[in-house]
Ligand binder design. Structure first.
Ligand code: PEP
Length: 261
């Protein structure tokens, strides 16, 4: 059973006091939620303080990036050990904004994935096509290239050690969401690809959808069989909207179920 997971990517937002305020409100709003994982990814500067604020809560932490080297003369970079030390379980890798603005490639994603796994972190690997690629009918080949290269030589001991986020670039921060069936089609494709690349057990790797997820569309997205959760940007910066996304309902039911406990 794949436990649903909702991840809030705060991007470059929130000073430490702002992060505390957001976490304080979120903790109150989601404290009763069971059967789904709730992860937030504040900026590096707030990780350590937020991790203390999360003690005893049902939320865990992710970093938004890492560098593959362990230590040394790499000014401005952060290692897996440092991220773990800041209280994180997860790390987001290969977000389209990093590919677009910081020249990340499938090869750098691959090095980061290996460093994260070796360092005891769970990578959340982002893949997705641009609008031009979708319109040219290249969605599947793009995803195949990103995953084949990004996961090259990656070995998992459990399907829980990796999360994939399908984030069509045209849907990120644009207000334009993939329809549930568009997302489902790619999620099913990703699941098949993961089995080919990593073995049958990889069919249980969780695949999240990201791209303008909001309280208004989460329920519909989560009814799709291969959508295991969401990577949420803008809507994760408001406690009430993120809490509603975390409390998604499937067919009108809260689906906080014992299956996942
Ligand atoms: C994201 O940052 O991964 C994202 C999907 O952003 P938004 O929800 O704002 O589209």
């Amino acid at each position: 059973m794949r436990k649903p997971i909702i991840v809030g990517n705060w991007k470059m937002n929130c000073t430490i006091p702002e992060a505390f305020e957001l976490v304080k409100r979120l903790k109150m709003m989601v404290s009763e939620v069971k059967g789904r994982e709730i992860v937030i990814a504040p900026p590096f500067t707030a990780l350590s303080s937020v991790s203390h604020a999360l003690i005893g809560s049902n939320m865990t932490l992710a970093a938004q990036n890492l560098f593959w080297e362990g230590k040394g003369a790499f000014t401005g970079e952060i290692s897996a050990e440092m991220i773990l030390d800041s209280g994180c379980d997860y790390v987001i890798i290969g977000h389209s904004e990093r590919r677009q603005f910081f020249a990340e490639t499938d090869d750098s994603v691959n090095r980061k994935v290996k460093a994260a796994l070796a360092g005891g972190l769970i990578p959340i690997v982002c893949v997705g096509e641009t609008l031009a690629e979708r319109e040219a009918g290249e969605t599947f080949p793009v995803i195949e290239r990103q995953l084949t290269n990004g996961l090259n030589d990656v070995r998992l001991s459990s399907s829980e050690d990796l999360v994939i986020a399908y984030e069509p670039v045209w849907a990120i921060g644009t207000g334009r969401t993939a329809t549930p069936s568009q997302a489902q089609e790619v999620h099913a494709y990703i699941r098949g690809l993961l089995k080919n690349l990593l073995g049958e057990a990889a069919g249980d790797i969780r695949v999240l959808y990201g791209g303008s997820v909001k309280p208004e569309n989460i329920d519909e997205l989560m009814t799709e069989p291969d959508i295991d959760g969401a990577l949420v940007g803008g809507a994760s910066l408001k406690a009430d909207s993120f809490a509603r996304i975390v409390r998604f309902k499937v067919h009108g039911m809260a689906k906080d179920t014992e299956h996942y406990l």
